[in-house]
Design a protein around this ligand. Structure first.
Ligand SMILES: Cc1cc2nc3c(=O)[nH]c(=O)nc-3n(C[C@H](O)[C@H](O)[C@H](O)COP(=O)(O)OP(=O)(O)OC[C@H]3O[C@@H](n4cnc5c(N)ncnc54)[C@H](O)[C@@H]3O)c2cc1C
Length: 401
């Protein structure tokens, strides 16, 4: 495994850093410091998306022919890492990281021509309609029904946990088009304009107090057949292809950035003996343990990058391992942040959180988000495949099933 960078990669890293110094303004940094969700709020997303789009870097994994920058695997790693370490806003993954690659792989020429430029520009804001109340880990048991009627499918049923459905103007979704044979064999992948009559959205407020997820209800919602991706009843193959992109991603840099901010705050916070908390041996031990864990995540990511550069696929087991250790280490950092805040973790800070919030933080500025981020990050070991599901995949790989 090669883990050092070539001179041209280091030059690229400097270019990204220089751009970040200019583009990631103090105003954007201040706004992002009040975000606790998985993805930044829509208002902040739009601003940050536009900056990246104007620079040609909004879709780092897209090839040049579709408007991407055509980065090498190493450049992508460097780019993701620099943004994450700078604590840049986390753009929603549903359009650029999920729907885009699926359309490149399975879309018709017409679908690619229409949708890809609009995903890139941010004109289309996507959400993901996979999960249902009775179909999460066991996704193939989904029941939302689509029946063919002339040139349309007519959809009835419900989707749940739909992140940012309240902002999205398009949804990609899985529907049941047949009940014959295996459950996987009767699923179809559709693209839905969210302005279509018959669709309603009910907010779900999470325990951190945020509105990120929703339940969507379909009452005779019509989708033109031309908005089907892949063949009818072949949606499972498309869905699985998409999940590969959902589980990938770089955790280490983001976690390291989070940990740096905990350390900075712990230098200001006083421990029980009146000295800075960061000087407390028990606290330092926890920081050191997390630094070791982040290094392990980072080296695993570099191993993946090294494999990709040599045209080897990530593979199910490695993607599962990364999802598992990445999400669990991220949760541990939010636990340490909570501990660092002490009593300031208790007040309700929601009035000071989110895009455009003007409430006052109770306590120091760094006390605004740790509780909400701690609560929000509990979901990291559920979405994108729960930890138990990842462990099943690893166990199956280990015994060669
Ligand atoms: C914040 C958040 C955002 C989300 N956003 C989206 C979105 O935008 N679009 C979307 O479609 N979905 C979304 N989801 C849904 C997510 O994909 C599901 O929550 C996830 O797949 C788990 O499904 P479930 O909630 O139905 O739990 P279940 O599948 O019912 O699982 C319940 C428990 O049983 C365990 N379990 C299940 N099966 C097994 C097994 N075979 N072996 C061992 N243990 C098992 C699970 O690990 C879990 O602990 C989101 C979820 C969250 C929390």
């Amino acid at each position: 495994m090669k883990i050092s960078f070539a001179p041209e990669d280091l030059a690229f890293r400097d270019e990204v850093r220089a751009w970040l110094d200019e583009a990631y303004t103090p105003e954007l940094r201040a706004a992002n410091a009040r975000q606790a969700g998985v993805f930044a709020d829509a208002g902040l997303n739009r601003l940050w998306h536009r900056k990246l789009y104007d620079r040609g870097w909004v879709a780092p994994a897209w090839p040049k022919e579709y408007g991407g920058p055509g980065f090498t695997a190493v450049q992508r790693y460097i780019f993701d890492n620099e943004l994450a370490e700078a604590g840049a806003p986390s753009l929603p993954a549903m359009g650029i990281q999920m729907c885009g690659p699926v359309l490149m792989g399975y879309g018709t020429e017409e679908q690619k021509r229409y949708f890809l430029p609009r995903i890139l520009s941010g004109e289309h804001y996507w959400c993901q309609g996979y999960s249902e109340p009775q179909a999460g880990s066991d996704l193939a048991s989904l029941q939302t029904r689509a029946v063919r009627d002339g040139d349309d499918y007519v959809i009835n049923g419900t989707k749940i946990w739909t992140t940012h459905a309240q902002y999205a103007n398009w949804m990609f979704l899985l529907v049941r088009t047949s009940t014959e044979g295996k459950p996987q064999a009767g699923i179809t992948f559709l693209l839905l304009d969210m302005a279509t009559p018959g669709l309603s959205i009910r907010p779900i407020i999470s325990m951190s107090g945020e509105h990120e997820v929703n339940q969507c209800f379909f009452d005779n919602v019509r989708v033109p057949v031309k908005n089907r991706v892949g063949e009818e009843n072949a949606g499972w193959t498309v869905a699985k292809y998409l999940l590969e992109f959902e589980r990938g991603g770089s955790y280490a840099a983001r976690i390291r950035g989070m940990l740096s901010r905990v350390k900075e705050a712990a230098a200001l916070e006083r421990g029980d003996d009146g000295r800075p908390l960061i000087a407390d041996p028990a606290f330092r031990k926890k920081v050191a343990e997390l630094e070791v864990a982040v290094t392990a995540v980072d080296l695993t990511e570099r191993r993946v990058i090294s494999g990709l550069s040599n045209k080897r696929n990530v593979g199910d087991a490695t993607a599962s391992m990364l999802k598992l250790i990445g999400s669990e280490t991220q949760q541990k950092v939010t636990e340490l942040a909570l501990e660092m805040c002490g009593n300031y973790a208790q007040p309700d800070q929601r009035g000071a959180l989110g895009w455009g919030a003007n409430g006052t933080v109770v306590g120091p500025d760094y006390a605004a988000t740790p509780t909400a981020r701690y609560l929000n990050t509990r979901a990291a070991t559920i979405f994108g495949g729960s930890s138990e599901v990842q462990r099943n995949i690893l166990a199956r790989t280990a015994v060669g099933l």
